[in-house]
Design a protein around this ligand. Structure first.
Ligand code: ATP
Ligand code: MG
Length: 473
């Protein structure tokens, strides 16, 4: 047992910290994520948290003085912490502390404390595990809250009473759900109840912190675990009400539609298997959000969601804005994929024509493969025959995309005839006829009437000129 934990501390950095602590006659421990991830065999984390019984800042300075190249110590006096970047690893030092909270803030009142005080203020038992860096018991695991047992049983539990823990710092609600998702752990029933009871307190947490946790949930292998927990605890309507609005099945005159919330969760899990692209995963999460506001029932045709892609892409903008997410090209990418999300499906249901594929490539540009990945993830039918057919049709679409690519160079389309050339040939000043001709050439290429080549386009331009009664030079 002892030996195994020494292995966790075999990196020379830990001996250096140990020496520094001895020189300052203080005790110190590695705590939190590093210990947890080591015990879970999750690979070596890029940040190491060290808690000192005494001044964490002094310890950091002493450690830095012993390191090659004497790295800079960033001191955060207000928090009583210090950070050193060493060989790509972030070493975070803090003095052991006791914390108490005010109701309206997640900023605690802090006093010096013992190691156990410090472990108590940690969010979860599995994050409160500490390994000694002291000479006399180097590598000993200090586990007053049975975090090791919780690691074994795969349980997220708080060291103290859950009601207080989550109310003190409601970010922990998001963290609990995020860890449950990343690690595939269960949240202890007391915690789940406390999160549900304290859900409204999420309002004191900054949007940025919430989004960071959402990113981590989406980046996990099975995001539906976290999204399902957000739903179950009632946090989801406070964070992403647009998703909650998709929940439920309505039935009128025997006609039902699918539950678009649970469908969306399946799609997100599917896409997580297909890609690590975080923004493509966001697009999957939002691909159907326009369905709630566009839902209608028609006596003859049943349920429709006309224009949900367009409405959904508008909603993406408002959502990003509300969550203080940057309104940059990532947002535009998500909007575009939501906007185009039904296009390949329509293709997959019909006979796939070349011109439909050319139009798809023209509109999607370089994002066409991502769009296909999204659409394949969107297949959640449980009917094996339908599933096979849709998948096969998408295979055909992908093959056609490749063919069209090689032949017609539609992606990032450049018109084969320039406006200048048209003006010169017909002796025109800038005018609407030029736009009409250019558009007609583009259409003819997309429709497959002419190849995407200069010569053919030139002939076509001359014909167009005739139709418009233009005189050629
Ligand atoms: P990861 O780095 O993978 O997100 P982590 O557990 O290392 O996981 P950090 O945010 O790096 O998470 O925090 C380091 C440690 O600080 C945690 O393991 C936990 O002990 C403690 N901690 C972090 N945030 C909180 C919080 N909101 N409440 C209580 N303890 C926290
Ligand atoms: Mg960490």
């Amino acid at each position: 047992m002892q030996e195994a934990h020494k292995k966790a501390l075999s990196d020379p950095i830990f001996s250096i910290i140990s020496d520094a602590a001895e020189e300052l006659s203080l005790r110190c421990y590695v705590i939190g994520g590093y210990v947890r991830d080591y015990l879970l065999n999750r690979g070596i984390p890029m940040d190491i948290d060290v808690v000192a019984v005494g001044s964490g800042i002094e310890l950091a300075k002493k450690v830095a003085s012993k390191l090659e190249g004497k790295p800079k110590v960033s001191v955060f006096k207000n928090f009583g912490t210090a950070m050193i970047k060493n060989k790509g690893v972030e070493l975070e030092f803090v003095g052991a502390r006791k914390e108490s909270y005010h109701r309206d803030s997640r900023k605690p009142i802090v006093e010096d404390g013992t190691l156990e005080d410090d472990q108590k203020r940690r969010d979860f038992t599995i994050n409160a595990l500490a390994l000694s860096l002291n000479k006399n018991d180097f590598g000993t695991l200090l586990d007053p809250f049975e975090g090791l047992a919780d690691l074994d049983e795969k349980i997220i539990r708080t060291p103290l009473e859950p009601g207080i823990t989550y109310s003190d710092d409601p970010l922990r609600m998001m963290r609990a759900i995020r860890f449950a998702t990343q690690l595939g752990f269960q949240i202890a029933s007391g915690s789940l109840k406390a999160i549900t009871e304290n859900k409204e307190r999420i309002k004191i947490i900054s949007k940025e912190r919430i989004v960071t946790e959402l990113h981590k949930i989406l980046q996990s292998d099975k995001p539906s675990i976290g999204l399902g927990l957000l739903h179950k605890t009632g946090l989801l309507p406070l964070i992403l009400p647009e998703l909650t609005a998709l929940q439920g099945i309505e039935e009128i005159e025997g006609q039902k539609h699918k539950d678009n919330f649970w469908h969306t969760l399946e799609v997100v899990d599917n896409i997580a298997m297909a890609t690590d692209n975080l923004w493509l995963r966001w697009a999957a999460l939002f691909h159907d959000i326009g369905k709630a506001p566009t839902k209608r029932f028609h006596k003859r045709i049943g349920w429709t969601f006309h224009g949900h892609e367009f409405v959904g892409s508008k909603m993406v903008y408002r959502l990003f804005k509300r969550l203080n997410m940057p309104l940059n090209d990532k947002m535009k990418y998500v909007q575009k994929l939501v906007m185009m999300s039904s296009r390949p499906i329509i293709l997959s249901e019909e006979h796939v024509t070349d011109s439909a594929v050319r139009r798809l490539v023209f509109d999607a540009g370089n994002d066409v493969e991502d769009l296909m990945t999204l659409c394949e993830a969107d297949i959640t039918t449980k009917n094996p025959r339908k599933q096979r057919r849709y998948k096969n049709n998408f295979k055909i679409v992908r093959k056609k995309i490749k063919e069209v690519e090689e032949r017609d160079r539609i992606r990032n389309f450049q018109p084969p005839i320039s406006g200048e050339e048209i003006m010169k040939r017909f002796d025109l000043k800038p005018s609407k006829e030029i736009g009409i001709i250019k558009e007609a050439i583009k259409e003819a290429i997309l429709e497959g009437k002419i190849p995407n080549e200069h010569e053919a386009a030139y002939e076509f331009m001359l014909e167009m000129g005739k139709k418009l009664n233009l005189k050629a030079n």
